[in-house]
Design a protein around this ligand. Structure first.
Ligand code: ATP
Ligand code: MG
Length: 330
């Protein structure tokens, strides 16, 4: 039996953090064996906010190098860049014309992101239509995503449904959002009331997958804790210490109770030091491969193959849809 299709992507909005590693990248390894996986770099989504062009190019490449370094196998996964497939934007336009201003206006992420800017782009507003196109072009059944994107997948589902009923046939597969079981949420090292993010303004707040040993040690050494001095797991009252315990737990596979027991009687300095050690031990081999891939031709080979393959599928779907809505010649 052929595998079911799954589609996912990570925005190249910054270098990946160890939070992204735990909550996002590691899961891909499971998907690549279980599903027909489409993994793309949504670079067109990234320009909904201002980007520095040279930096965006660099981040796209770095993101693909990280994927290969953690063990994504381009023989199993269709790995491609969104902007290298013109059908995404073309289908997006048709879908925009099948979605309503009212429903787009209800998207939480737009409300959230637009309130921080005086002048936000129209792209930020219509982004969910492009995301719907990303998904519907490939008849992807499953779309793993963070909880913040669930509403967008549901919108894609609604658009698919509306389109199918308007034109009287199942032209699009209705996608299902997959919200992975709540794993560890890694907190910001300087403000543990927030989660760790790649698009942070404070470089001390996030540990990046590509940070060198010295900066990883420094960042953990200056992580915010509390003045209580005792090691226990209490996310509400001791978020900083609990975050360090969580990190130790996910990087070693030990249970939180076991980690707490191990550090009984130790000081915060010891805990920070040990967390730094396990993070460095895990990241070191990934970083070595990452450096190798950045310099290799394998990135381009994988992306070329992904581009060819996905363009073929997307073209077929797009031509059908274009014809169905009456565009061009019959
Ligand atoms: P941005 O600031 O650009 O939103 P981000 O770090 O929040 O960056 P996302 O692109 O939103 O990253 O999410 C990528 C993946 O990483 C998702 O699967 C998300 O659930 C996961 N993830 C993000 N931050 C964390 C975190 N602090 N702990 C665990 N998982 C995380
Ligand atoms: Mg995020």
């Amino acid at each position: 039996m052929s595998k079911e299709r799954l589609l996912t992507g990570l925005q190249p909005s910054g270098a990946l953090t160890i939070g992204n590693y735990i909550g996002g990248v590691k899961r891909l390894l499971k998907y690549q064996d279980e599903y027909d996986t489409f993994l793309f770099v949504p670079d067109m989504h990234a320009i909904t906010v201002t980007q520095e062009p040279a930096l965006l190019h660099k981040r796209i490449k770095e993101l693909v190098a990280i994927y290969l370094a953690v063990g994504i196998d381009p023989k199993k996964v269709h790995l491609y860049i969104q902007s290298e497939n013109l059908y995404h934007a073309n289908l997006s336009w048709i879908l925009e014309c099948h979605s309503y201003f009212g429903e787009m206006s209800r998207m939480h992420q737009f409300k959230e992101k637009s309130k921080n800017h005086e002048n936000f782009t129209c792209g930020l507003f219509t982004y969910p239509a492009l995301m719907a196109a990303d998904i519907l072009l490939y008849d992807a059944k499953y779309v793993p995503t963070g909880a913040d994107q669930k509403q967008h997948v549901e919108l894609a589902r609604n658009i698919a449904d509306r389109f199918n009923s308007r034109y009287g046939k199942e032209y699009f597969v209705k996608p299902e959002p997959v919200i992975p079981e709540v794993g560890a949420r890694i907190r910001d090292l300087q403000d543990p009331s927030k989660k760790m993010s790649k698009s942070t303004d404070n470089p001390k707040a996030s540990v990046f997958m590509t940070d060198d040993e010295k900066s990883i040690r420094k960042k953990f050494a200056s992580a915010v804790t509390d003045s209580d001095g005792k090691i226990s797991f209490d996310e509400e009252n001791k978020p900083g210490v609990s975050n360090l315990l969580t990190l130790y737990s996910v990087f070693t596979g030990l249970k939180i109770d076991e980690v707490v027991a191990k550090f009984q009687g130790s000081g915060y300095g010891d805990l920070k030091n040990e967390v730094a050690n396990v993070v460095i031990d895990t990241m070191k081999p990934i970083q070595d491969k990452y450096k190798y891939y950045l310099e290799s031709t394998e990135i381009d080979e994988a992306l070329d193959e992904g581009r060819e393959f996905t363009n073929k599928i997307a073209k077929e779907k797009y031509e059908i849809i274009r014809n169905v809505v009456g565009l061009g010649r019959n």
